[in-house]
Ligand binder design. Structure first.
Ligand code: NAD
Length: 471
C-alpha cells in the first residue's frame, strides 16, 4: 500500500498475488488492504487535503503539469507494467499511458480556472458563487485500462483541490502504486494521494461505504456499481458510476465496407481483446450489405495475430483465469443459442488466458450473447432492413454507454445521434473523442459523466454567497 507516501504491508499481513495473463505466472505480491487500512488512508487524506488545498491554484496547475511530464518521461516503463499486469498489446498500453499523462495536463490546465459566477439580483444585494472541493474523494478503479482510469478521476479531483484514496483492481495494482510515486516525486503532497490495493470486499466496500468521503467514483461492472451506489447514498456521499456496456455499431448500405471492417476490428478485437466498456460488441448491418461485410470481416478476423501483449500481437490474453472462464461460458451459451460461430469460438490450448476472436452471425435480439456484456473478443452480428429497425435494435438492451454508425449520409448519422440512447455517439470512427469529451452512460451504463471541463463539477460543491449592501 502507499499511505502518506510510505510503502507498507496490510494491517492483516495478507497479500494479493499479481499474475501475468500471458503465461499465468505470478509477477509479484502487493498488500491486501483491509477496512482498517482504508480508514487510515481516509484519515491521512484529510491531512493531505489541508496541505494541497492550501496551495494556490496556480501552484496546483504547475505541479499537475510536472506530473504529466514525468509520466511521459516514464511512458515505456509504465506501459510495460500495464501490459504485464493486464495482458494488452504493448503499443496499446503506450497509448493509454499517454492518455493518462494528457489527463494530468488537461486538468492541470483547469486547476486555476475553476471560477464562480456573479448573479444579478437587485440594487441592494451582491450575489456570487464559489466552487469548493469536497475534501477527500474515493476512487475505485477496474483492471481493463488501469493507468488512464486512475487518471480519469484522480486528475480532476486533484485539480479541484481534493485529496484522494484509490482502490485499484486486484489484477492491476502495480501501475497505480507506481503512478502515485510519480505524483509524490513531482510535488503532490504524499498524504494527498493514497493507494490501498485489495479485494472488492473488504477494501472497495470499505471505501464506498466510508462516511467521511465526499464522493466515490466507481468504474466497473453494473452489478458492483449498484452496490457501490447504495453504500454511498447510505452515507449521503455522491456516487459517480461508470459502468458496463453492450454497444451497437450500425452499418448502413451506403457505408465504405473497408472502414466498417477496420472499425469493427478495432472496436471489439484489437483493443484489449474486447475487454473495453465501450467495445463495439453488437454489429447491426443493413441486409443489402450483410454478406459482403461478413466476407471481409471474417478474413480480417482470421488474419489477426494472437499472443503475448509484450510482443505486441493484435489480440492479447484475457486478464485472468477467472475471466477466461466467464468468457468461455458465454461461448457455450452462444453455441447453445445459435450453433457454431462463423469464426473462432475456442479457448486456446496454451499457457496464459487466450480465446479466439469470435463472430456469431444472424443473432436474434433476445439472445443472451447479444443482451449481456461478455467483456471479451466476442461479436454478435444482426441485420436490419430500414432505419427504424436499426434504431429499435440499437436501443433494445439494458445498457446505453456508446453507439456508432458507419454511413456516408450525414442525415442518417444525425438522426442516429438524435434517436439512440447512449452517452456518446461515434460517426465513421469507433472510439472517437478523447480526454476532452464527456463520457458516461445512459440507462444501466451509469450515472454521471467523466472527462472534459464538466468533470470538475464532480469534484466540487457549489456555494452561494449573498450580501445585503443596501444603505
Ligand atoms: P468489477 O465491478 O468487478 O470491479 C471494479 C472494481 O470494483 C475493482 O477494483 C473491484 O475490486 C471493486 N469492487 C468489487 N466489488 C466491490 C464492492 N462490493 N464494493 C466496492 N468495490 C468493489 O469490474 P471489473 O471486472 O474490474 O471491470 C470490468 C467492468 O468495468 C465491465 O463491466 C466494464 O464495462 C466496466 N468498465 C466501465 C467503464 C466506463 O467508463 N463506463 C470503463 C472501464 C470498465
Amino acid at each position: 500500500m502507499l499511505i502518506d507516501g510510505t510503502e507498507r504491508a496490510a494491517s492483516s499481513g495478507e497479500t494479493l498475488t499479481v499474475h501475468d495473463p500471458a503465461t499465468g505466472d505470478s509477477l509479484t505480491t502487493v498488500a491486501a488492504g483491509t477496512e482498517a487500512d482504508v480508514n487510515e488512508a481516509v484519515d491521512v487524506a484529510w491531512d493531505g487535503f489541508e496541505t494541497w488545498y492550501g496551495y494556490t491554484p496556480a501552484r496546483r496547475c504547475e505541479i499537475l503539469n510536472d506530473v504529466a511530464r514525468a509520466i511521459r518521461d516514464e511512458k515505456d516503463r509504465l506501459a510495460r507494467i500495464e501490459t504485464l499486469e493486464n495482458g494488452k498489446p504493448l503499443s496499446e498500453a503506450v497509448g493509454q499511458v499517454e492518455r493518462c499523462a494528457r489527463h494530468f495536463e488537461y486538468y492541470g490546465g483547469l486547476a486555476d480556472k475553476i471560477e464562480g459566477e456573479s448573479i444579478p439580483l437587485d440594487d441592494g444585494h451582491v450575489d456570487y458563487t464559489i466552487r469548493e472541493p469536497l475534501g477527500v474523494t474515493g476512487h475505485i478503479v477496474p483492471w481493463n485500462v488501469p493507468a488512464y482510469l486512475f487518471a480519469r478521476s484522480v486528475a480532476p479531483a486533484l485539480a479541484a483541490g481534493n485529496a484522494a484514496v484509490v482502490k485499484p483492481a486486484e489484477e492491476t495494482p502495480v501501475g497505480a502504486l507506481e503512478l502515485t510515486k510519480l505524483l509524490h516525486e513531482n510535488g503532490v503532497p504524499p498524504a494527498a494521494v493514497n493507494v490501498v490495493p485489495g479485494e472488492g470486499v473488504p477494501a472497495g466496500s470499505a471505501l464506498s461505504g466510508h462516511p467521511d468521503i465526499g464522493s466515490v467514483t466507481f468504474t466497473g461492472s453494473s452489478a458492483t456499481g449498484r452496490e457501490v451506489g447504495k453504500a454511498a447514498i447510505g452515507n449521503l456521499t455522491e456516487p459517480h458510476l461508470e459502468l458496463g456496456g453492450k454497444s451497437p455499431l450500425v452499418i448502413y448500405d451506403d457505408a465504405d465496407l473497408d472502414v466498417a471492417v477496420d472499425e469493427t476490428i478495432k472496436g471489439i478485437f484489437a483493443t484489449n481483446s474486447g475487454q473495453v466498456c465501450s467495445a463495439s460488441s453488437r454489429v447491426i448491418v443493413q441486409s443489402e450489405v450483410h454478406d459482403a461485410y461478413l466476407d471481409k470481416l471474417v478474413s480480417a478476423v482470421e488474419a489477426l495475430s494472437i499472443g503475448p501483449g509484450i510482443d505486441d500481437h493484435d489480440v492479447g490474453p484475457l486478464v485472468s483465469a477467472t475471466h477466461l472462464d466467464t468468457v468461455a461460458e458465454y461461448l457455450e451459451v452462444g453455441r447453445e443459442e445459435l450453433g457454431e460461430p462463423l469464426t473462432g469460438g475456442a479457448v486456446l490450448d496454451r499457457e496464459g488466458y487466450y480465446v479466439e476472436p469470435t463472430v456469431f452471425a444472424d443473432v436474434p435480439q433476445d439472445a443472451r450473447i447479444l443482451q449481456e456484456e461478455v467483456f471479451g473478443p466476442v461479436l454478435t452480428v444482426s441485420t436490419f432492413d430500414d432505419e427504424a429497425e436499426a434504431i429499435q435494435r440499437s436501443n433494445d438492451v439494458d445498457y446505453g454507454l456508446v453507439a456508432g454508425v458507419i454511413t456516408t449520409d450525414m442525415g442518417r448519422a444525425h438522426r442516429f445521434a438524435r434517436d439512440v440512447d447512449a452517452g456518446q455517439i461515434y460517426v465513421n470512427e469507433w472510439f472517437a473523442g478523447g480526454n476532452e469529451t464527456p463520457f458516461g452512460g445512459y440507462k444501466d451504463s451509469g450515472i454521471g459523466r467523466e472527462n472534459g471541463t464538466q468533470a470538475i463539477h464532480n469534484y466540487t460543491q457549489l456555494k452561494n454567497v449573498c450580501l445585503n449592501i443596501s444603505e
